[in-house]
Ligand binder design. Structure first.
Ligand SMILES: [Zn+2]
Length: 382
């Protein structure tokens, strides 16, 4: 009996030490810090070493000279993505730190992967979806650590720089591929061929109540069967679920003009230079969640974590339908005779959206005194 207790105590201690080992920097600092590139990669490497369901590989090279990394998380430990696709599994790809000053997705993914692998927070590895994560896309920017290039942002204490090693904004370089990062991304994208793709960001500009905002790939431009599926099934689900989790979303706030309440928000055409527009060329459902820069880092990371969970749930539930629609749309493209190259917004059509605010205005920036700096949506709700 004594021996049993001793073994049990050792086992419990080991479990506690193991769990503690997997505490993230974000958690340890109570939402004040995000890992440096080296710290972040050390954590992902640890997951790779501790769990047989994780494989981390390097692919291509970035302008920093470092290779890109891809984490593949697969319940059946089969990391051959082509084989997984043949077996009828859907693939969900998350891209983080394209703008390393916006590292919310890095911290959210560390928690998400750990919780999936240790069956915490009601999560478990799905049978029918393989999860892929690019932990840091803009490695060059992540290595260029600072605390001042996003003074308009409420945490973390320090972070990477927006541009990459050649001073390119990688979020405009997907189809042009002037950076080696974009070339490496294309290689990863075609290998992974994701059904659902999420590229995590933080907003710039207006002030409002929502912690999370969303840019979905433009559904009419995506077209085929996937466009209506995105617009009438997937987007409503994401909005509904985020509201239920206490993070009501709004479409990304694009109107900084003088008459927000009358003009509303304009839709966003995601040309292929953006990640989601690039993804749409390959019949992939693409999204850019943008947390609100003035919300605390803790709130932002937690809302990103919740949203990623919702994406995963949706993909698990709808895997068959998504894959069927993608296949049909791809077949239709094969016989398509004409392809539009330019797109224009139809300004005559609009729909109401829920937005937590009732008036808007401008206030001078306390730093530059520039009155155009910030749009403020004041609200009496909440
Ligand atoms: Zn961004």
């Amino acid at each position: 009996m004594k021996r049993f207790f001793l073994l049990l105590t050792i086992a419990l201690r080991m479990q506690a030490a193991f769990a503690q080992d997997l505490e993230t920097i974000f958690e340890r600092t109570k939402g004040a810090e995000t890992p440096t590139y080296e710290q972040g990669m050390a954590y992902f490497r640890q997951l790779d070493q501790q769990f047989l369901q994780v494989q981390m590989r390097t692919m291509g090279v970035t302008d920093s000279g470092e290779p890109l990394h891809l984490l593949v998380i697969s319940k059946d430990k089969n990391f051959d993505l082509a084989q997984q696709r043949k077996k009828g599994k859907a693939i969900f790809l998350i891209d983080n730190a394209i703008h390393p000053g916006e590292p919310d997705g890095v911290d959210a993914c560390q928690m998400l992967l750990r919780n999936l692998l240790t069956s915490k927070d009601g999560l478990k590895l799905p049978d029918n979806v393989v999860l892929c994560v690019i932990p840091f896309y803009n490695i060059d920017g992540a290595l260029n650590r600072n605390s001042t290039s996003r003074v308009n942002q409420n945490g973390p204490n320090s972070y990477g720089f927006r541009a990459n090693g050649q001073n390119y904004d990688l979020n405009r370089d997907f189809v042009k591929a002037d950076s080696r990062n974009a070339m490496a991304f294309a290689e990863i994208f075609h290998l992974v061929d994701p059904d659902v793709f999420v590229d995590t960001h933080v907003s710039n500009g207006a002030d409002y109540q929502h912690v999370m905002t969303l840019i979905a790939t433009q559904h009419s431009k995506l077209g085929g069967g996937l466009g209506p599926f995105l617009h009438t099934k997937m987007e409503p689900y994401l909005y509904e679920q985020m509201k239920a989790k206490g993070y009501p979303m709004t479409p990304y706030v694009t109107n900084f003009g003088p008459n927000v309440t009358k003009e509303g928000f304009s839709g966003f055409i995601d040309y292929p230079r953006y990640s989601t527009g690039f993804a749409a060329m390959f019949q992939t459902l693409g999204f850019m969640p943008e947390t609100h820069m003035l919300k605390s880092y803790e709130q932002r990371v937690k809302s990103t974590y919740e949203l990623l969970k919702i994406y995963l749930e949706f993909t698990v539930t709808n895997a068959q339908e998504i894959m069927r629609l993608r296949k049909a749309d791809r077949e239709a493209v094969r016989t398509q005779q004409e392809f539009p190259l330019a797109w224009k917004k139809n300004e005559s059509r609009s729909r109401p959206i829920e937005f937590l605010g009732y008036e808007h205005g401008y206030k001078p920036s306390e730093v530059s005194s520039n009155r155009d700096c910030t749009t403020t949506a004041v609200s009496r709700f909440r």
